[in-house]
Design a protein around this ligand. Structure first.
Ligand SMILES: NC(=O)C1=CN([C@@H]2O[C@H](COP(=O)(O)OP(=O)(O)OC[C@H]3O[C@@H](n4cnc5c(N)ncnc54)[C@H](O)[C@@H]3O)[C@@H](O)[C@H]2O)C=CC1
Ligand SMILES: O=C(O)[C@@H]1CCC=N1
Length: 264
């Protein structure tokens, strides 16, 4: 039995993705304190919504998807019901396995995972790192579970704040670019629906080329950039406005915020 504790944006994406990939609703418990949302989850997915302590007593794998700021109080609440035969997987940004372990009984295995919202479409990217009490079987279990909603890689925990900044937050950067491109088209007089279609399929096509060609993005970009043409004119403006530096600084800020959240 799996329990998803905290079914907000990320928890619900994982829930929906897992059910779509064949997990039976009867094998998944959910804890969600927002009463109205809990009712919606019951109706939409046919899962049982229970208090956190019940979820902790009944499930062998606990997938924690609360905000980092709420996590330690939750661990203190469920800790007495979590034995060393369970697996705790947290997707919270920043929180280290060591901090979480210190709020659970000694020896409870904790995996720190960082998924992203495309998990909802079975296209997630998740990185996992083990803590002091996780063995190969625990990481295999986490990888198998999160692998139902996309790809999984294992990293050393020292890389998890960088993972969070790149792939955890990453979808938002692409949505930001998409939004900006759509607005540019609209500003030039194009109907919004047309701009949205052009941008959506351009991102999908570019992503497919990147994924399937195996080429470095620089090579793919050069193939778009005709000598003396439109792309060169556009890229010159992006460089003039420091967009490359802005992205690097943005990703560093996300990494630093993730580190700060470890003290939640
Ligand atoms: N949104 C995203 O793209 C990603 C989020 N995460 C992580 O997922 C976690 C949740 O983030 P979001 O889903 O964005 O936030 P959210 O605010 O949408 O979801 C948090 C959920 O936890 C529930 N909750 C609050 N207290 C609770 C308690 N005591 N017991 C059970 N549930 C409780 C809330 O009602 C809410 O539904 C965070 O730790 C975040 O770092 C990780 C990867 C990506
Ligand atoms: O914004 C956040 O803090 C979470 C973690 C990664 C994506 N969303």
């Amino acid at each position: 039995m799996i329990a998803i504790i905290g079914a907000g944006k990320m928890g619900e994406a994982l829930l929906a993705g897992m059910l779509a990939k064949g997990h039976a609703p009867g094998d998944v418990l959910v804890t969600e304190p927002r009463v109205e949302h809990a009712g919606e989850l019951r109706r939409r997915y046919g899962v049982e919504v229970v208090p956190a302590q019940d979820a902790a007593k009944r499930a062998d794998t606990l997938l924690l998807a609360l905000k980092p700021q709420d996590m330690l109080a939750l661990l203190d609440e469920i800790g007495p019901h979590v034995g060393t035969d369970r697996l705790v997987i947290s997707v919270a940004a920043g929180l280290t396995t060591a901090v979480m372990e210190s709020h659970l009984p000694a020896g409870v295995p904790v995996v720190r995972a960082m998924p992203n919202t495309p998990a909802l479409m079975g296209q997630g990217m998740t990185a996992v790192a083990g803590g002091a009490h996780t063995g190969a079987a625990h990481l295999d279990r986490a990888e198998q579970l999160l692998g139902t909603v996309g790809e999984v890689i294992r990293v050393g925990e020292q890389h998890m704040d960088t993972v969070t900044a790149i792939s955890g937050s990453g979808p938002a950067y692409f949505y930001f670019i998409a939004e900006t491109m759509i607005e540019a088209g609209v500003a030039m007089g194009m109907p919004r629906a047309t701009a949205q279609k052009l941008v959506g399929q351009t991102i999908t096509g570019a992503a497919a080329m990147l994924a399937e060609s195996g080429e470095h993005p620089v090579v793919l970009r050069e193939a778009v950039t005709s000598p003396g043409g439109t792309t060169a004119a556009a890229l010159r403006e992006l460089e003039r406005h420091g967009v490359r530096t802005a992205f690097t600084d943005a990703i560093e800020a996300a990494r630093d915020r993730s580190r700060e959240l470890s003290g939640s």
